[in-house]
Design a protein around this ligand. Structure first.
Ligand SMILES: Nc1ncnc2c1ncn2[C@@H]1O[C@H](COP(=O)(O)OP(=O)(O)OP(=O)(O)O)[C@@H](O)[C@H]1O
Length: 250
């Protein structure tokens, strides 16, 4: 299990009128094996934070560590799994072919912790191994993307609103599966969402990000046992997170 550590991270993008400072002095530690959900207003820097952690962006200053590795090293070592809103599957490859793709690096096949068959079963796609993406619903395509993300057995999952484009029922089903897979893999997760219900169902902690430059406005630990099915409790936590988002809580 790996810790994610961000120390004094500064990040700025070039902008028409100079530079946009997204993070000025951001510090965040994510415990090994924990599930941390990031929420915040649109445009505050949630995706940027994940891209920094994934080594897809280099901070203008500061230090990020995934265990003992830099994000770029962790990514090269396949310790990081990344998933976004769109499944981005190759249309000419089958379900199995798309998942296998994540295991092929420079023509060399990685030895995965689970077989592709096991992974397909875990994401509920048994029987669809030979189907092409166009034959699948949006929810099924995201299941394939999830399996592809997990194929190399990454210790860290960086998930940028992975289910935002799905209908509510499919999303609820997938959340249950994510929780199960997270336990099975023992991964450290950073999960971005706009959906507060999703945030309080999944998270060990919700981190509320806001402002420009973005600051951590609140860190809200969620101690309730899992699976969290008590809608009244979930509603109470949603209200707490909402209050922090609106600036009412610290
Ligand atoms: N490559 C880039 N060049 C310049 N500005 C960028 C770039 N990427 C992001 N930004 C800016 O950085 C800010 C933060 O963007 P980011 O996508 O991280 O926000 P977000 O919180 O994930 O938003 P949303 O919730 O809408 O997805 C935005 O104002 C965006 O315009």
């Amino acid at each position: 299990m790996l810790e994610i550590r961000m120390e004094r991270v500064h990040h700025a993008f070039p902008a028409p009128s100079g530079r946009w400072v997204i993070f000025e002095d951001l510090n965040l530690e994510v415990r090994p094996g924990s599930f941390t959900v990031i929420v915040g207003p649109s445009g505050c820097g949630k995706s940027t934070l994940l891209r920094l952690a994934a080594g897809l962006l280099t901070p203008t200053a500061g230090r990020i560590r995934i265990g003992e590795l830099s994000p770029a090293q962790a990514r090269a070592a396949r310790r990081i799994g990344w998933m976004g809103q769109q499944p981005a599957l190759l249309p000419w490859r089958t379900v199995e072919g798309n998942i296998r793709l994540a295991l092929e690096v420079n023509g060399r096949a990685l030895r995965p912790p689970l077989t592709v068959e096991e992974l397909i079963a875990m994401v509920g796609l048994k029987g669809f191994e030979r189907a092409y993406p166009r034959m699948l619903s949006g929810g099924m395509q995201q299941r394939v993307a999830l399996a592809r993300t997990l194929a190399a057995g990454p210790a860290v999952w960086l998930m940028d609103e992975p289910f935002a484009a799905l209908d509510a029922l499919t999303r609820t089903q997938l959340l249950e599966e994510v929780e199960r897979l997270w336990r099975a893999f023992g991964a450290t997760v950073l999960w971005v969402t706009h959906d507060l219900h999703e945030a309080v169902r999944l998270g060990d902690e919700v981190v509320v990000l806001a402002g420009r430059p973005a600051r951590i406005r609140a860190r809200i630990p969620l101690p309730d046992p899992r699976p969290r099915t008590d809608e009244r409790r979930i509603g109470e936590w949603v209200e707490r997170v909402r209050a922090a988002l609106m600036g009412g809580a610290r």
